[in-house]
Design a protein around this ligand. Structure first.
Ligand SMILES: Nc1ncnc2c1ncn2[C@@H]1O[C@H](COP(=O)(O)OP(=O)(O)O)[C@@H](O)[C@H]1O
Ligand SMILES: [Mg+2]
Length: 350
């Protein structure tokens, strides 16, 4: 019998549409010899829906226009992957969920906690790895404790203030301001002058009650792809993001079609690349990673390496870095998806 996979997409975060694009690609590429696949949408209000007889996703070619079909039927998730309609009638049952819900509620452990309660296996990090990695402050504290290199940082809570002059004294100038639990560069600002500081604080605090101030690293942005549970592996090939903007901002990521170049493979000296790959696996373990993660680095001219952040539900469009790195390392998009589903099932069987 084929394994029934429910791809969960959309969600409540600002990355709802990125998620739909990722899911559209995954649904097409999961090998049908092994899998029966259904797309399940999570609307922006958190309710679930599907369209078994038609296309759940509309305007799939445009990230700004893609959306869940408003006519999709509401589904209620129940124990063991059973999916009911609003009258309580069983509609379908999933053997495994594949959440591809970037950002808050979908990548931060919330959805993962719900899936645990439903007692159904799922792909990717569990509650702990998701929650830890979503919080850049907690992630950094754990990485520091493990002796791994991170950018010098200061954590500020909403009731705390720090003068611009004190920040510059401790971190130098320029520095970055960012919310601790966001993604897609939302609320991230590079501060070069004192008068940019108050507005940046205001914006970051409007998204989170805890923010980071970080030394700006002058260097390249390098990304590594990790896959596995107990014995995680890292893709041989590393990638580089070359933004055409001041930094890899929201606009550079999604709005400007020429916002950044993804360079695969990244041209890096073999010994440095090997160190980055080792750090990727070590940090995956430190944050309790399972299944997959994309680990992002800064690399300076004199080969100083800093871990920037760990993404437990990386972008999964056909042009996204995570699947591209595996493809370049010899693992096709379909085979990668197959392995991810199997890793989710294996973990649940323990
Ligand atoms: N300390 C830093 N030094 C240099 N660039 C940074 C720093 N922090 C963030 N950036 C820039 O901002 C982008 C987004 O920041 P990041 O911490 O990765 O947040 P997000 O989770 O939103 O991707 C990075 O890809 C990089 O271009
Ligand atoms: Mg980032």
């Amino acid at each position: 019998m084929k394994t029934r996979v429910a791809i969960l997409c959309g969600g409540l975060s600002g990355e709802h549409q990125v998620s739909l694009i990722s899911a559209f690609n995954i649904a097409r590429a999961l090998p049908r010899d092994n899998y029966e696949v259904q797309l399940i949408g999570i609307r922006k209000d958190g309710s679930w829906c599907w369209r078994p007889e038609g296309d759940l996703l509309c305007q799939t070619q445009d990230i700004r226009e893609i959306h869940l079909d408003p006519a999709a039927e509401t589904l209620l998730p129940r124990q063991l992957g059973r999916l009911q309609n609003e009258q309580g009638k069983l509609q379908w049952q999933a053997d495994v969920f594949f959440p591809i819900t970037h950002g808050n509620f979908g990548e931060d452990g919330s959805l993962q906690g719900m899936l645990r309660l439903l007692r159904v296996p799922f792909v990717g990090c569990d509650v702990w790895g998701s929650a830890i990695s979503m919080d850049k402050d907690v992630t950094k504290r754990l990485l520091v404790q493990a002796g791994l290199p991170v950018t010098p940082f200061i954590t500020l809570r909403r009731n705390e203030t720090l003068l611009y002059s004190e920040v510059v004294a401790r971190l130098g100038s320029p520095f970055f301001v960012k919310p601790t639990r966001e993604g897609s560069s939302l609320g991230v600002a590079k501060i070069r002058k004192e008068d940019e500081y108050p507005q940046a604080l205001k914006e970051a605090f409007s998204l989170d009650h805890k923010i980071l101030l970080e030394q700006a690293i002058i260097g390249r942005e390098i990304e590594a792809a990790v896959l596995g549970n107990d014995a995680p592996e890292v893709a041989e090939i590393l990638g580089e993001i070359i933004p055409n903007h001041e930094f890899y901002s929201y606009d550079a990521k999604y709005v400007d079609p020429n916002g950044a170049i993804l360079k695969i493979p990244a041209e890096i000296e073999a010994s440095v690349a090997s160190r980055i790959r080792d750090l990727a696996v070590e940090s995956f373990r430190v944050v309790e990673g399972l299944g997959m993660a994309r680990v992002d680095f800064f690399l300076t001219k004199d080969n100083q390496i800093y871990i920037n952040e760990i993404n437990t539900l990386p972008g999964f469009t056909s042009i996204s870095m995570y699947p591209k790195l595996w493809e370049a390392s010899g693992l096709s998009y379909s085979e990668l998806l197959h392995q991810l589903v199997q890793l989710g099932l294996q973990r649940a069987a323990v």
